[in-house]
Design a protein around this ligand. Structure first.
Ligand SMILES: [Zn+2]
Length: 142
C-alpha cells in the first residue's frame, strides 16, 4: 500500500489516497477513474509523498504489554520493510530534507523517512509540511 497526497489542478483541493502501488495509481488515472470529489475534475496530480518520522521503540514498548508487543512487532517489521524499500533514509537530516522537497516541489517518486524532534515536527507543520509518525523497532532489539 502506498499513500499519495493528491492535488486537483482545477480547484486546488488537496487530499490523501491509498493505492496498492504506484502502478495502480497510473492505471486509474489513465482510465479517468480519479475524480476530484469537490469539483468532479479529472485533473488529479500526485504531489510529493508525505515524509515519515520514525517513532522510537521505547514509546511503542511503553504503550503495550509484552505479549501484545510481540504481535505488534511482527506487523511493524513488515511495515518497516516496506518503508525501507520505498522511502529514502535521511537520518537526522529529516527536517532539512522535508523542507527541500516541500519548497522545491520535487516530483520525486520516493518519499523520505528519518528522525525528527517534536520541535522539528511542530515547525514543519507550521510551514504546511505534514509528516507521518511511523512506529519503528531497531533490528537489534527484541
Ligand atoms: Zn477539484
Amino acid at each position: 500500500m502506498i499513500k499519495y497526497n493528491l492535488t486537483c489542478k482545477s480547484c486546488k483541493l488537496n487530499f490523501d489516497s491509498w493505492f496498492a502501488s504506484s502502478l495502480e495509481f497510473e492505471k486509474l488515472k489513465k482510465k479517468s477513474l480519479l475524480i476530484c470529489h469537490n469539483c468532479n475534475s479529472f485533473k488529479i496530480e500526485k504531489s510529493v509523498m508525505m515524509p515519515n518520522v520514525i517513532n522510537k521503540t521505547s514509546t511503542i514498548k511503553e504503550k503495550f504489554s509484552s505479549n501484545k508487543y510481540k504481535s505488534i512487532k511482527k506487523i511493524i517489521n513488515r511495515y518497516q520493510k516496506f518503508v525501507k524499500n520505498n522511502f529514502d533514509y535521511v537520518g537526522e537530516n529529516f527536517a532539512y530534507e522535508a523542507r527541500s522537497i516541500h519548497y522545491k516541489n520535487t516530483k520525486s517518486e520516493k518519499g523520505i523517512y528519518g528522525h525528527a524532534s517534536k520541535k522539528d515536527i511542530k515547525e514543519l507543520s507550521e510551514e504546511g509540511i505534514e509528516t507521518q509518525l511511523i512506529p519503528w523497532i531497531n533490528d537489534k532489539e527484541n
